[in-house]
Design a protein. Structure first.
Length: 137
């Protein structure tokens, strides 16, 4: 009887080890971060100030945009920066979205909250970049 119990217990332990091993490897694989599927994104928008726009008006407009983006709830943080040395004068919005999808939904919510946005005069040239942090330990 004791031998039979040990045999059954041994077989059960073997089966448990065989089934648990792939599950544990699966969990380890999920923890690895690849550059395109990371958790820390940064969305950078540059607005180079065009002719006829004053620095104060550009900053005021940028502040309104930052407030509007924050109200969407789609970003961990949204900050306004200015570059005023060298040949270009520009304002930058740095937004840390909650996910890739947050960039799209945040933009849609922001534009919905400003229905006259498309009717305003364009006073800037615009570029943007989306980066994903690669953790370095």
């Amino acid at each position: 009887m004791k031998k039979r119990f040990l045999l059954v217990a041994g077989v059960l332990m073997f089966l448990l080890a065989v089934t648990a091993s792939p599950l544990m490897r699966s969990q380890e694989t999920k923890k690895q971060v690849t550059p395109l599927i990371g958790e820390n994104y940064l969305y950078m928008e540059e607005f180079e100030i065009g002719p006829g726009m004053t620095m104060n008006k550009a900053i005021a407009e940028g502040k309104d945009w930052v407030r509007g983006m924050r109200k969407t709830g789609e970003f961990k943080s949204v900050k306004l920066y200015i570059h005023n040395t060298g040949p270009r004068f520009a304002v930058y919005i740095f937004a840390e979205p909650k996910s890739w999808q947050s960039i799209e939904t945040g933009s849609a919510k922001f534009l919905a909250s400003m229905p006259d946005f498309g009717d305003r005069p364009v006073w800037f040239t615009h570029s943007d970049n989306l980066v994903c942090e690669i953790p370095v330990e």
